[in-house]
Each structure stands twice: as C-alpha cells, then as structure tokens.
Design a protein around this ligand. Structure first.
Ligand SMILES: Cc1ncc(COP(=O)(O)O)c(C=O)c1O
Length: 380
C-alpha cells in the first residue's frame, strides 16, 4: 500500500484532502485561508440559498435527520415522494425514483436494466460511475469516441438483446455537450434505449427553463431514461432516475443500490424541493450564470489563457503536463483563488488541466481578478 502511495507521489498523481472551515460558497475558507472558490458544482449557488436553508430548518424538527434504513424496509418520507413527483413532472417523465447519490443511481439502474445479451454503447469520456456500471452489468459494451455518433449498422447488430446508449449531457471534465438530439434519433431508429446522465445539465440547460438535457429530447420518440443528481445545481445530495413507470417499477424490484442502501435523509429532499422551486421560478440566476460564463470566456481569451471549447459553467484550461497543472493551481491558491488541477485517471494521460467552474454566486470582480491572475501565471 505504501509503495502504491509513493509511486503516485513520484508520478505527481497523489491526491490530498483540503479542509474547509466555512460554508461551501463563492467565497470560502480552505485550510484556514480565505479564498474565492472556483471548484464547486453548485452552479446556481443554491446550497447556501435562504429559501433552501429556510425549508430545511422547517422540515428538520418534523422529520429528524436520518432515514433509518433502506426505503423498502422502513418506508420513506412524504418529502421523498413529493420530490419524485415534482422532478418527474419538471423533466416531463412519467415517474422517478430517488437514490442516495448519482453514483448509486447509475450503478443500480444500469445493472438492473441490462443483461448479458444486451449491448451498451457508451461515450469514451463518460463519468466513472457509468463506466463502473457498465462493467458491473455484464452486458456487451463498446466505448465510442467522445461526442461522436455510433454508426447504425454497428448499433443494429445486436439482434438477441436490447441496445443501450449511455451519455452524459454536459461532460463533467470538459464542459462540452453531447449532441443529444442526434443521439436520441439514432437510438430511436434502432428501437434502443437512451440513458442520459444529466448530472451537470439539470438546472443549467434545457429549453431555457433549466429542466436539463432530458426534457429537450424526451419528446422525440425514443425510450429515454435520465439521471438527475442533486449534488450539483440543486445544491443538495442524492439523485433520481426518471423515466417510464414500468422502468421505475422494475428498479424498485431490482436495483441493488436502491434496495440495499439507506434512503436519503428527508432534509436532503427538502433542500432539493426548495431548490427546484427556485430553478422553476427564478430565471435570473441562470441568466447571471450565463453572463458570468460569457464574461469569463471573453477575459480569458483576451488574456491568451487556453480555455477549452465549452459554453457551460465547466471551463477547463488545458495544460497537459501534470507538474505544470499542479504548479498553476498552487500559484492561484497563493493568490487567493481555489481552483483544482485535474489529473489522470480522472482525465486521460497528457490532458491535465485546471478546471474552473463558474456559478451564479460569483461576482464580475471575482472573475476579473481570477483572469488577471491566470494571465500572469500563463505569461510566466
Ligand atoms: C457526470 C456525473 N455523473 C454522476 C456523478 C455522481 O453523482 P454523485 O456525486 O451524486 O454521486 C457525477 C459526480 O461528480 C458526475 O459528474
């Protein structure tokens, strides 16, 4: 074990944990240092929103904290049920089922819905939870080049089982968006199932309402199953699978990470419900987020900072070399900006990067100062 750690250290791939002494927000305290935070997926700043905190404070004395056991064993709260109904309606699906995290939702749903005779096509840069789910499923599978469209003859070969296609909507480390429209038509033309991991799309993209990548493509006739994670734009914890009623019912029978996992604390559902209200009714936050994205890209490009091609809150700056990426992150921290270097195996070898995530809670001043520091670091 020690030699593995030393090996990771020697290859500049060792991970170390920071400790935060305050709320997770655009300004925070990390390792006792006041910093501007550009690492969070809380894209709309809802983790610390007063509506969310009020609702949680009201529900906590009613429901307590822990949920006691798995949902099938002890039942679950009316907040769980309310959230499932509200989420399904918001993304235009028939039904929803809550899981304790996005990781558990992907793992449980894909394992439960696929069998060894099925074929899964999945994007080469899909999240680790999707990769693990595919491997655990035992189904045949093929990774296709990132953001490409698998060809019909290849997809149509599997005559004895069902063909699935798995993709993120917004990719977590690149910030680019899959062509969900074309993918959905391709899957529908071979009568397959399209599984969209909308962890980073929900609340951010989707018909101008923030309803995510699932709603955009649901109506096009293909069978869509979606995963919404609550730890990003909803500022909470947990996740839901949304889809047709029969699918959700089957998950209750078969998804091991639902059946054998303690249900979410009810207040996590309360937080997500309050955040959902904000997302549905306050487009100002999304407008502010997009204005921040535009402002950051304008300043970064003007400063010759190599931002990748992304129109979403995830704005990676490609560096390549692990050592340089670490040095850039270290220098930014010295300057009071918390931005992480992302390295192998989270991203492919040779593509180490700085991952800037923008939120509606950042001010223009935060962004201008970050770009000033980035310019100085890159010039050096
Ligand atoms: C694309 C994607 N899917 C799934 C997950 C897992 O979600 P959770 O953090 O709720 O387990 C993440 C988390 O980072 C993610 O980025």
């Amino acid at each position: 074990m020690q030699s593995q750690i030393e090996d990771a250290r020697a290859r500049l791939l060792l991970r170390e944990l920071d400790c935060r002494q305050s709320m997770q927000a655009s300004e925070t305290i990390i390792n006792h240092q006041q910093v501007v935070n550009f690492t969070s997926n809380d894209y709309l700043g809802l983790a610390s929103d007063s509506c969310v905190i009020d609702r949680v404070s009201r529900e906590l004395p009613v429901y307590g904290f822990g949920s006691g056991s798995a949902a099938l064993l002890s039942g679950r709260s009316s907040l769980h049920e309310e959230l499932e109904v509200r989420l399904a309606a918001f993304v235009g699906a028939e039904s929803a089922l809550l899981f304790s995290s996005g990781y558990m939702a992907n793992l449980g749903a894909i394992q439960a819905l696929t069998a060894s005779k099925d074929m899964i096509f999945h994007d080469k840069l899909n999240h680790a939870s999707l990769i693990d789910a595919v491997i655990a499923s035992g189904a045949k599978h093929k990774r296709y080049p990132h953001c490409s469209i698998p060809k019909i003859p290849e997809m149509d070969k599997n005559t004895d089982g069902v063909t699935f296609l798995l993709s993120e909507s917004v990719f977590s480390m690149d910030g680019d968006v899959a062509d969900l429209d074309v993918l959905s038509k391709r899957v529908s033309s071979i009568n397959g199932v399209f599984y969209i991991d909308d962890a980073h799309g929900f609340g951010v993209i989707g018909q101008g309402k923030g309803a995510g990548g699932i709603i955009e493509y649901r109506a096009k006739g293909s069978m869509i199953i979606g995963m919404v994670a609550f730890g990003k734009s909803l500022g909470s914890l947990g996740a839901a699978i949304v889809g047709p009623k029969e699918v959700i019912n089957l998950l209750v029978q078969k998804a091991r990470t639902f059946i054998y996992d303690t249900a979410l604390p009810p207040v996590c559902c309360a937080a997500a419900l309050a955040a959902l209200d904000v997302i549905a009714n306050k487009s100002e936050l999304r407008n502010k987020l997009y204005a921040n994205i535009e402002y950051f890209r304008f300043l970064a490009k003007a400063s010759n900072v190599p931002v990748m091609n992304s129109e979403t809150p995830i704005q990676p700056i490609l560096i390549g070399d692990e050592f340089v990426a670490l040095q850039v992150a270290e220098q930014l921290l010295v300057d009071g900006f918390y931005v992480k270097a992302i390295r192998f195996p989270t991203v492919p070898k040779g593509t180490a990067r700085i991952r800037v995530t923008l939120t509606a809670a950042h001010s223009r001043e935060h962004i201008a100062l970050l770009c000033e520091k980035l310019k100085a670091v890159f010039e050096r």
